[in-house]
Design a protein around this ligand. Structure first.
Ligand code: GTP
Ligand code: MG
Length: 218
């Protein structure tokens, strides 16, 4: 094959890479960012650094039969950022709703998150309910059976995990990947044919800029 052909085929392949948007939702401090950090970098930090606004990360997953590009939107659980979230839900084909198995309130509140996702997307969305922090064995307030029952009742996927222990994090993403529709390719690339951006929300007034940087492909 000529060099030109190789280049052409190479770029064609890149353009056809299936892209999927995942939005991470859930109360403050349940471990959304920690799950993403474990998945992306295999790292975990015990110190809590609240997400400010929205963070965007992107990762290619090589599956047995195909390669997919996951675009991860990490939202802030803090109330003051709630108004930012609906537009990200609207734009995502997957919603990952996280609770802390050591916080019954965060589990109860997943109903609100699920309602919000259904209101924006109807049934045209994959929902994964995640019970995080299974390593907190002595502090557990929500059993795995309760989590499973809730997921069954409302017809969403379910997994328990621990970002700290690295338990079930890869499995979580593999499970989501397996549920992705096969051919959501070029039509879903639209304006987000963007370079890898890894926004770290260290500034306290960064909500606006996070949103703008994350959403802009220029
Ligand atoms: P917001 O950005 O405020 O919405 O929080 P978040 O949901 O992103 O939570 P984050 O990942 O920042 O984690 C909150 C705290 O819980 C941090 O101190 C983490 O170290 C801790 N944490 C996260 N996952 C786990 C886990 O699996 N086990 C334990 N024991 N602690 C965890
Ligand atoms: Mg966070």
């Amino acid at each position: 094959m000529s060099i030109l052909g190789t280049i052409f085929n190479g770029s064609e392949h890149t353009a056809a890479l299936a892209k999927y948007k995942l939005v991470f939702l859930g109360d403050q401090s349940v471990g959304k960012t920690s799950i993403i950090s474990r998945f992306m970098y295999d790292k975990f930090d015990n110190n809590y650094q609240a997400t400010i606004g929205i963070d965007f990360l992107s990762k290619t997953m090589y599956l047995e039969d195909r390669t997919v590009r996951l675009q991860l939107w990490d939202t802030a659980g803090q109330e003051r950022f709630r108004s930012l979230i609906p537009s990200y839900i609207r734009d995502s084909s997957v919603a990952v709703i996280v609770y802390d198995v050591a916080s019954r309130q965060s589990f109860l509140n997943t109903s609100n998150w699920i309602e919000e996702v259904r209101a924006e997307r109807g049934s045209d969305v994959i929902i994964m309910l995640v019970g995080n922090k299974t390593d907190l064995v002595d502090k557990r307030q929500v059993s795995v059976e309760e989590g499973e029952a809730k997921a069954r009742d409302i017809n969403v996927m379910f997994i328990e995990a621990s970002a700290k222990a690295g338990f079930n994090i890869k499995a979580l993403f593999r499970k989501i990947a397996a549920a992705l529709p096969g051919m959501e390719t070029l039509s879903s690339t639209k304006h987000e044919d963007m370079v890898d951006v890894n926004l770290k929300s260290s500034n306290s007034n960064g909500s606006q800029s996070q949103q703008e940087s994350g959403g802009c492909a220029c």
